[in-house]
Unconditional design. Structure first.
Length: 323
């Protein structure tokens, strides 16, 4: 059994060494919201899920961001901004995005709660291939319960008293722009909003173009931090996902649910190239422990559970499911 496990791990590690990666750079792990389904709502507190989110918070340096872009140019098939905070909280957000080459070989996406987006930011967002907006309720009272936290800015960058109404008006403005990039309204379904999902879809689907869509996805435990009765067991996909997560300070992990970077496999500021990290002993040990569900993985029973995901595209009446 031990030899079989070693053989499997060698095959997995060899695939990582030879393949392109989904690279997830973390501009910041600060967030201005405390959404009840997210570990930010229990930051530095004992959680019901067993694991904790208490990592020091900060912003990515320009030196590290340059390294990320160099590595993306060499090794990425995908670059996703959002792990594990609100990207627009970074003070150099626009500057960093403008550094991304227009002629790139990888897909570029951003995950945002849309609260800080202004009219000027919308021009910057057109650098992306897809914008993913977290939006989980069709009416104000429910949204306020789901997404408490900081201020929401209007199109001119002024704080608004009507947080939900301002989010909605900015989304409507964005979707009406003929040159807006493909947009995904990202709805996390939990015990708190399960009654509202159909209403949200019926309300927003007619406003979408054929390239835009609503994505309903089941709440996950974020590696054993959160709990909800919607969560269910699911096999771990990290060994085959080809993920490479880069925290704001350069620490790296192969797991997109490792919000605390417990499986720290090295620092990109020191290694300079992600291939050196993937070929290193720390990476091999981390992947082995993930495969055996050791350490923080003991409390992660649902992994990246996407078995109930549904996709509702503008201009369509049917529902697409994950294949």
């Amino acid at each position: 059994m031990k030899k079989l496990h070693e053989k499997i791990m060698n095959l997995i590690n060899d695939r990582y060494r030879r393949s392109a990666y989904s690279i997830w750079p973390e501009f910041t792990n600060h967030c201005n919201f405390r959404c009840i389904y997210c570990p930010h709502s229990v930051y530095q507190k004992k959680s019901n899920g067993g694991n904790q989110f208490n990592r020091i918070k900060g912003h990515m340096s320009e030196e590290l961001w340059n390294l990320v872009l160099e590595n993306a140019n060499k090794h990425a098939c995908y670059l996703g901004l959002g792990f594990f905070g609100e990207p627009l909280l970074h003070p150099a957000f626009q500057q960093y995005i403008e550094m991304i080459p227009k002629n790139r070989s990888y897909k570029l996406e951003i995950f945002t709660n849309w609260s800080l987006v202004t009219r000027e930011d919308m021009e910057t967002l057109k650098h992306f291939d897809c914008v993913r907006i977290s939006f989980d309720a069709s009416y104000s009272d429910l949204w306020e319960r789901l997404c408490p936290g900081g201020a929401v800015l209007d199109l001119n960058g002024e704080p608004s008293q009507d947080r939900y109404g301002t989010i909605v008006s900015k989304m409507e403005y964005w979707l009406c722009q003929p040159d807006h990039v493909p947009t995904n309204l990202h709805c996390v379904v939990s015990s708190a909003n399960e009654h509202d999902t159909e209403t949200l879809i019926a309300k927003w689907r007619p406003r979408l173009s054929p390239r835009d869509y609503i994505w309903t996805k089941t709440i996950i435990s974020y590696g054993g931090v959160m709990q909800d009765r919607h969560m269910k067991r699911n096999p771990c996909d990290i060994m085959s996902a080809r993920n490479f997560l880069i925290a704001w300070n350069g620490d790296c992990t192969p797991c997109n649910l490792d919000v605390n970077i417990e499986w720290n496999t090295g620092n990109l500021l020191k290694a300079r190239d992600i291939k050196r990290i993937v070929k290193g002993e720390k990476w091999k040990v981390a992947m082995s422990k993930i495969a055996c569900k050791e350490g923080i993985c003991v409390n992660c029973f649902d992994s990246n559970n996407r078995t109930d995901d549904k996709f509702y595209y503008g201009g369509e009446t049917g529902v697409r499911t994950r294949q």
